[in-house]
Design a protein. Structure first.
Length: 164
């Protein structure tokens, strides 16, 4: 898989589809981010394909805990006073390197991951979503106790919303 990768995008539809193979995710106000764990570093990619490692360096540092070859698709968010803040994510994305370090010290970013695109064994995009979902949850389960709050990852379930 080569940098940058095309990401799947949501589409506006008049009615939500139903059926056993549809999964729903919470819409978060952040920045679409693909995390690439390379042999010696981490690289972050915006939806546009642009490299955004510098403003989200705290995510890159955290991503070093992943094994090389992992590529995760998700949303970089900033939480302020218990709420996801799009304004703070925008400020971070548009900041200089010095300013982004200052903003990260005040409000560290979180990467909300919803898909795995590659593992150390290679590209997994051709596998069914249900299989990739299990692989993704296995990959992130050991990171920082699994979640920023020290809990376990919360997975969406087909047609039922977030898992308890």
């Amino acid at each position: 898989m080569d940098f940058p990768v095309d990401v799947a995008l949501a589409e506006l539809v008049p009615q939500l589809p139903t059926g056993p193979r549809w999964w729903y995710e919470v819409k978060l106000d952040g920045h679409r981010t693909v995390l690439w764990r390379l042999a010696e570093t981490v690289r972050l990619q915006a939806r546009s394909g642009r490299d955004v490692t510098t403003p989200w360096m705290d995510l890159a540092v955290a991503g070093m805990a992943l094994p090389p070859g992992v590529v995760l698709d998700g949303e970089a968010v900033v939480v302020v006073d218990g709420q996801v803040s799009f304004e703070d994510a925008q400020a971070r994305a548009a900041s200089s390197p010095a300013r982004s370090r200052e903003l990260a010290a005040r409000h560290p970013a979180l990467l909300i991951v919803w898909d795995v695109l590659s593992l150390p064994t290679g590209d997994v995009r051709g596998r069914p979503y249900e299989e990739r979902r299990v692989l993704m949850l296995d990959m992130v389960a050991g990171l920082l106790g699994g979640c920023a709050d020290g809990g376990e990852p919360h997975a969406a379930r087909p047609e039922r919303g977030p898992a308890p």
